[in-house]
Design a protein around this ligand. Structure first.
Ligand SMILES: [Zn+2]
Length: 428
């Protein structure tokens, strides 16, 4: 099977021959039956998301493993990490194995369950980290995402514990007392609107503490969805010390700002822009872009957070926090990072495939497109222009802030170990 006429990482046109799920040959005009004409599309290693909410078990009205991974495949992903804040919470070997099995049975990409750090995400008692690591799901990423592990002793113990199996604690950095009742970024706009503000320091204080804790115990820390310029400075400092700290930024924090809450194409106070951490200021966006470009922030992670219509189309204060993101991530990154000249396609591949797979310790994902590598491949046409139409999403939920916007690029095809999951932009 041959994929014809693709540009690996945006390079010269070539064909890719796939055999037994792996890349067997790369070169011009390879003989053989052609499956896909890439028509000059860019070939990237299949994207890997370190931060996806698949909602199953418990909120199948918002998303399932099947629909969430269909959404992932449409967005060019070949692997996702499924966050633990399901119902029941993924805090035991039994629940992570259930999610892992659903992935094996129904998924359109690989599904790697994230284990909760504390029982029930309650921040009181460590969950069975070792049992989840030893389970069939082989969990390596642990997170109470949605909630912060704010108890410093518990955070220290979790960091110590995961060292035994080369795991990582992915922290949702949000000091709970400083953000009680918070509705949006604390700043000029929240002041004008009279909404309770969410100060940058609530994120930055936890990140600083956790970097120090990770260094103290010699463990791996990953910082979820960094959203402020101050957080970037702290992570840059921690990395300069040689500490084992990695960080992610979401596509929406690379593009959108808090003034959309006051004035936007969909009106004021539209909860489509309500998200945790909140959209910040233009200066924060600029700092996040620069940090992703220079490697201070290692990766892009979607924080795909599907919610049913009734949970989003309500008054601002009552609305759920979060946005879907899998099907628009690559386009938003092209808009924010490639069109601005901050990253080339090799840089995008590093930050959306190679490094997230490394942080999650996924052996068969995020490999450069070389002979012998598993044929996890995303074909992307950056010259396309697409008007975002949520009704066309594979996701069960529609809560995208990009509705009606024209974004660059289009995922043409996705291959999972040589098997197409998406062709001509459509699910196979
Ligand atoms: Zn989070």
């Amino acid at each position: 099977m041959i994929i014809r006429n693709v540009r690996i990482l945006g390079g010269e046109p070539a064909d890719i021959r796939i055999e037994d799920g792996a890349i067997a040959e790369i070169g011009p005009n390879l003989p053989g039956e052609s499956v896909v004409d890439g028509a000059g599309a860019i070939a990237l290693p299949g994207l890997v998301d370190l931060h996806t909410h698949l909602r199953e078990p418990g909120r199948e009205d918002a998303e399932t493993v099947q629909t969430g991974t269909q959404s992932a495949a449409r967005g060019g992903y070949t692997a996702v990490h499924a966050m633990a804040n399901t119902s029941p919470v993924a805090d035991t070997a039994g629940v992570v194995e259930q999610v892992w099995r659903l992935g094996r049975e129904f998924a359109h990409c690989d599904v790697h369950p994230v284990g909760a750090v504390t029982v029930g995400l309650e921040g009181k008692q460590l969950a069975e980290l070792g049992a989840m690591a030893d389970s069939a799901a082989r969990v390596r990423v642990f997170s109470d995402d949605g909630k912060c592990v704010d108890d410093a002793v518990l955070m220290r113990r979790a960091l110590e514990y995961v060292k035994a199996f080369d795991g990582v604690v992915a922290q949702h950095a949000q000091e709970p007392r400083l953000t009680a009742g918070a509705q949006m970024n604390e700043g000029v706009v929240s002041g004008r609107l009279g909404l309770t503000g969410w100060p940058a320091v609530a994120e930055e204080a936890i990140i600083a503490r956790d970097c120090l804790l990770a260094a103290h115990v010699g463990s791996r820390l990953h910082v979820c969805h960094v959203s402020t310029a101050g957080s970037v400075e702290i992570i840059r400092w921690a990395k300069s010390k040689g500490w084992n700290v990695t960080a992610e930024v979401t596509p929406h924090h690379l593009l959108l700002t808090d003034d959309l809450v006051e004035e936007s194409p969909v009106g004021a106070y539209n909860p489509i822009y309500k998200v945790n951490p909140p959209l910040r200021t233009r200066a924060d966006v600029e700092a996040l872009r620069a940090a992703l470009a220079d490697g201070t922030i290692d990766i892009v992670a979607t924080d795909h957070a599907p919610h049913p219509v009734e949970d989003k189309e309500t008054e601002w204060s009552a609305a759920a926090m979060g946005m879907v993101g899998l099907e628009t991530a690559l386009s938003v990154v092209q808009e924010a990072m490639v069109e601005t000249g901050l990253l080339d396609w090799a840089g995008v591949a590093q930050r959306m495939s190679v490094v997230p797979a490394r942080i999650g310790r996924l052996g068969g994902q995020g490999q450069p497109l070389d002979v012998g590598a598993p044929a996890n491949i995303t074909l992307y046409d950056p010259s396309a222009r697409t008007k975002v139409d949520p009704s066309a999403f594979a996701s069960k939920s529609r809560n995208t802030p990009y509705e009606g916007m024209t974004l660059p690029g289009r995922v043409v095809a996705t291959f999972l170990r040589g098997r197409p999951t998406v062709l001509e932009g459509k699910l196979v």
